[in-house]
Design a protein around this ligand. Sequence first.
Ligand SMILES: Cc1ncc(COP(=O)(O)O)c(C=O)c1O
Length: 487
Amino acid sequence: MPIKQLLVRETDSLDAALAQLDRNGFGLAFAVDPEGRLVGRLCAADIEACLARGGSLSLSVRAAMTPDAGALPLPESATAPRPPAGGQVVPLVDAERRPVDIATAGRPRRIPVAEPVLGGNELKYVTECITTNWISSQGTYVRRFEEMLGAMLGAGHVVSASNGTAALHLALLGYGIGAGDEVIVPDLTFAATINTVIHAGATPVIVDVDRRSWNIDPALVAAAITPRTRAIMPVHLYGQPADMDPLMALAEKHGLVVIEDAAEAIGARYKGRPCGTIGHAGTFSFFSNKVITTGEGGAVVLRDAEAAARARRMRDHGMDPAKRYWHNEVGYNYRLTNLQAAIGCAQLEQAAGFLTRKRAIAARYRKGLAGASGLAMAAQLDGFDNSYWMVSVIVDAERTGLPRDEIMQRLGEAGIDTRPLFYPLHDMPPYKPFAGNRAFPATVELSAQGFSLPSGVGLGDDEIDYICATLQRIVGARHLARRTKGA
Ligand SMILES: Cc1ncc(COP(=O)(O)O)c(C=O)c1O
């Protein structure tokens, strides 16, 4: 962002300065004298304090600013000054003390929404694959990865796969779900959930989600069950568990299979049980933005040994395991490679630490965003132990005075990446036919209002503080601008 957008003249009116704070996405400005030299710092709280003292917006910036704001010299060499801590934004000044740029704790880099952390045995294990020539899906790491994942989940038969989409497809194939069957899926999810139902030749039936959990609404599932229904596919979105008890009760009553799409929810727990192990099958994704990654990769855990054996066969072209190159059915190549599994083993060694960090990141966001009117994180529901793959917020634009997209844009200008919640499936051309005449008000609302903040395990506390402070400033400046409009 050009530094000009962060500057106000000390002689400007507070009214003009407030408009600048509201526009620049930082909710903050630096005051300069007629020669352009730094003389102070101004944020919404300073203006609030001035108004509380009986001042008005027609007063000059000088009346409200914090004088002699701290500054850092412009770094000219590799011995740059350390960036400031926490959510601070500090001007970088030239020899004449003219602001030329800013430094923030979060701006040594652009803060990504997610990134892999590969600081354990990943390189060692992958090197071993290469030096021993075991780089395909043959090799000991694949089996080891499946065993480690099984031990972590404590239930079921684990079948690794080339990605989370393949894992979902294998779950459907494992339980023989296909042509003529209906599978109920939530409207708010990544497209892979519904795509795999279509790949299997079955018919997806889209239903709305529950506003509190953001996940499939069991009451709407009950209403969508027909004599053709074979399965329910709840998704544990962004790490928040779906409400599994009523879904399992419905499955029991109607003889249905429950396939949990836990692509985003490794480590999440529902009433003490790991997500992915409550239904008849559960699937995981190990794409590079997930909590545990293999670059690309996935796994399905199946309750039933026969279904697991079928999934294993279908992963390998449907080949008869007892008779090499003999095929009784048409399968796929959905195998994970030894190289990917090697990375996965190293990642699973760190899983407990990663998950602890994820929850700490969410807790720090919750604290840092407390009081930010109009921004709400996912609800903390009793017995729903969110693994916080993504920390997401819902924007109440009535209260923030800023629509979701504008907040995301301003965060982007401050070096903070975000991503919107998924689009409603029922709105997209290939999936419209599967919406029936059902309504999807919760998904429509959440999808339009929600976005995810940087949530990677590698995120520093300083960065979270910077993100919270930036968000607080963005909405704080807008609140004050709205409240004082015309004052
Ligand atoms: C809910 C959900 N299901 C399935 C998948 C598919 O996983 P993959 O990308 O590994 O194929 C994803 C991927 O992000 C997902 O978010």
